[in-house]
Design a binder for this molecule. Structure first.
Ligand SMILES: NC(=O)c1ccc[n+]([C@@H]2O[C@H](COP(=O)([O-])OP(=O)(O)OC[C@H]3O[C@@H](n4cnc5c(N)ncnc54)[C@H](OP(=O)(O)O)[C@@H]3O)[C@@H](O)[C@H]2O)c1
Length: 272
């Protein structure tokens, strides 16, 4: 597994996304992913699957220290007391004493960011999280958050795939040593039949999905594709045995367009 370095963290470059995975099938997919070689799992309190993610982790039998587990505190719980309560509840559901990465899931303009970032940093110093970061933060929010943080922020988890240009927020993060975790790295399946991606993949015997993931990895991102299909776990993992050329990377960069966003953060909870 390849790692991405960010401030004081080394993060496995590929993880399993788990949004919408529920119940026994969630636990089974997490277990299977770890058996296949995944070493990073992404969940959140709002996904209502932390219990099953924890079951999958234990069933796989991989030593705890080898698996990078991320969870996120939902936007309703960003006031300091709520933040700590939500973090402890997530740990109890996962049956872990600490997560590897704890994120603010989504900014909430009704709660002062200084208070939220203060609470996030305290979760690290209290030993509930090895590393901390944010998600869905814009350039101004990143700058503000870095100013308040007393512990290093290691990632901003944002929507990113070939149809979306994220160069501005990426540059702001890079300036502070913050890595990008790309969510929706398969554009929620919309990459599957794309001519350019499929065409590039043909030369390597790879699918459009694998080309999309490889593109993001070569751009320096960490990717967390989700699948509910066991056979696709292996497909999404097989992205470290080929490399895209500069011309191919440029052809994929050219697919970004202004309406490429799938998850609308301007309309996110708490935004007026
Ligand atoms: N921080 C945030 O606010 C935020 C927001 C959204 C997502 N996330 C995280 O990011 C993860 C990934 O994003 P996402 O789940 O929204 O979208 P995604 O990973 O881009 O796409 C998932 C979709 O792609 C399909 N798929 C998976 N592998 C495939 C393959 N090899 N070929 C063709 N289709 C494939 C899946 O269908 P099948 O199940 O049928 O394979 C599923 O419908 C989430 O699960 C979650 O952990 C975070």
């Amino acid at each position: 597994m390849q790692f991405v370095e960010a401030n004081d963290a080394a993060i496995p470059a590929l993880g399993l996304g788990t949004w919408e995975l529920r119940g026994r099938s969630c636990a089974r997919l997490v277990e299977q992913a770890l058996r296949l070689g995944y070493r990073h799992v992404d969940t959140a309190e709002i996904y209502e699957n932390e219990r099953e993610v924890g079951e999958g982790l234990r069933a796989a039998g991989v030593p705890r220290a080898e698996v990078f587990v991320t969870t996120k505190v939902w936007t309703d719980h960003l006031a300091p007391y709520e933040f700590e309560r939500a973090t402890k509840a997530s740990l109890a559901r996962l049956r872990l004493s600490e997560v590897d990465l704890l994120l603010v899931h989504w900014p909430n303009p009704r709660i002062p960011l200084a208070e939220t970032i203060g609470a996030l940093c305290r979760m690290k110093s209290a030993g509930f999280a090895r590393h901390i970061g944010v998600s869905n933060f814009t350039v101004p929010l990143i700058e503000e958050a870095v100013g308040y943080a007393t512990e290093p922020l290691v990632v901003n988890q944002i929507e990113w795939h070939p149809f979306l240009d994220q160069s501005k927020v990426r540059a702001a993060c890079r300036a502070h040593g913050i890595a990008i975790i790309a969510y929706c790295p398969l554009a929620r399946g919309r990459i599957v039949d794309h001519d350019v991606l499929a065409g590039i993949g043909k030369a390597y015997g790879k699918s459009a999905a694998q080309v999309s993931l490889r593109y993001l990895i070569q751009e320096g991102a960490i990717v967390i594709p989700r699948t509910a299909k066991v056979e696709r776990l292996s497909e999404n993992l097989a992205i470290f045995d080929f490399a895209l050329s500069d011309d191919e990377m440029n052809a994929i960069r050219a697919l970004a367009h202004p309406r490429g966003r799938l998850v609308d953060w301007s309309g996110g909870p708490g935004w007026d």
